[in-house]
Design a protein around this ligand. Structure first.
Ligand code: NDP
Length: 315
């Protein structure tokens, strides 16, 4: 019989790629959305609508979360659902907290109650390390700079605690930024590419950005969801960082995008201090050695190829 996988947050960027990847591996997939009428645009883009069941589940409700896990009875669970914007978390701290911490606790408690023997994965975030001039390791110093980072760190600790105390196979992949054509418009790389393409097509409207000196480790979402599955299926039951090991400034990405389109970014970009993010992390770097050594995973798509892919997809 095909193994069953349950993806909380299947309509998001990672959830859609993950659902597709699981289907391709022969899994019987079940996804959840908080909405009774979910936004299935990403599932449509990947041509997987109708190939699995999307269950309506309010992950902030303990009862609904328990019932969903009980009724699906999966071998693998992936928890990707979250208010995932750092910037928005300052405006919606309670929503961010509940969508991450309460949801994590609901899933863990449900798993404890039913003596879940399968594998459980949580999407963590590199935001929990704050600014890092040297590459973070899993046990690097924690420096929480936003409600989002705080919630992701609490989720990380809860998962670890349930693993240690209740012997649940619960792991966290600490994800660094990862992009794709399915990324929401509110995220910066998508914004840069869309505006640059519009300019290339004749628009005179400038691209207005905040701090372009921020440095991040940017990866490709489609690769990261393979890492997520490896971590979840590993018998080692360990948490890992998922990153490329290479970090670049936003300025570098802007240069690459405009160069790829035959444009000079200096002619089209305005930096506005009004758009600087509150309490923003300056530098984020990660060390991917641990996941490579244990599980053989490393990212192949580095910054130039990533940008080319994203531009081609948008075009
Ligand atoms: P998305 O924002 O694309 O998708 C997350 C999904 O969570 C949404 O589609 C939504 O589905 C659901 N959701 C639940 N609660 C809320 C809420 N309060 N507000 C908005 N959406 C909510 O995220 P990604 O796929 O990019 O990320 C997957 C996971 O990885 C998330 O937990 C994220 O925090 C984490 N992560 C992502 C990184 C990245 O660079 N992409 C970096 C580090 C961590 P619905 O409306 O159908 O319920």
């Amino acid at each position: 019989m095909n193994p069953k996988a349950l993806v909380f947050g299947c309509t998001g960027q990672d959830g859609s790629y993950l659902s597709k990847s699981l289907l391709e591996k022969g899994y019987k997939v079940f996804g959840t959305s908080r909405k009774s009428n979910p936004d299935v645009s990403r599932l449509k883009a990947l041509d997987i609508i109708g190939r699995f069941e999307v269950i309506s589940c309010d992950i902030e409700s303990a009862e609904q979360t328990l019932n969903t896990i009980k009724s699906v009875n999966p071998k693998e669970i992936y928890s990707l659902s979250a208010q995932s914007s750092v910037g928005l978390s300052f405006l919606k701290p309670a929503e961010t907290h509940n969508s991450i911490v309460k949801a994590t606790l609901n899933i863990l408690e449900a798993c404890r109650e039913i003596n879940f023997e399968g594998n459980l994965f949580f999407a963590g975030s590199s935001e929990m390390y704050g600014s890092t001039s040297t590459p973070s390791e899993l046990d690097s110093k924690i420096d929480l700079k936003s409600p989002y980072a705080t919630a992701k760190y609490q989720s990380f600790l809860l998962s670890k605690m349930y693993r240690e105390i209740y012997k649940i196979n619960s792991v966290t992949g600490v994800l660094f930024n990862h992009e794709s054509s399915l990324r929401d418009e509110k995220f910066v790389i998508k914004k840069i590419i869309n505006r640059a393409i519009a300019i290339k097509k004749g628009s005179k409207e400038k691209l207005i950005l905040g701090n372009i000196n921020v440095i991040r480790d940017w990866g490709y979402a489609k690769e990261y969801i393979e890492a997520i599955q490896l971590i979840n299926r590993s018998k080692l039951n360990k948490d890992y960082l998922i990153c490329t090991g290479e970090s670049y400034s936003l300025r570098t990405i802007i240069e690459i995008v405009f160069r790829e389109l035959g444009l000079n970014w200096n002619d089209h970009v305005i930096v506005s201090e009004d758009l600087y993010r509150f309490n923003e992390i300056e530098i984020s770097k990660g060390n991917p050695n641990s996941i490579y050594q244990d599980l053989g995973w490393k990212s192949e798509i580095k910054i130039n190829r990533l940008v080319q892919k994203l531009i081609n997809n948008e075009l």
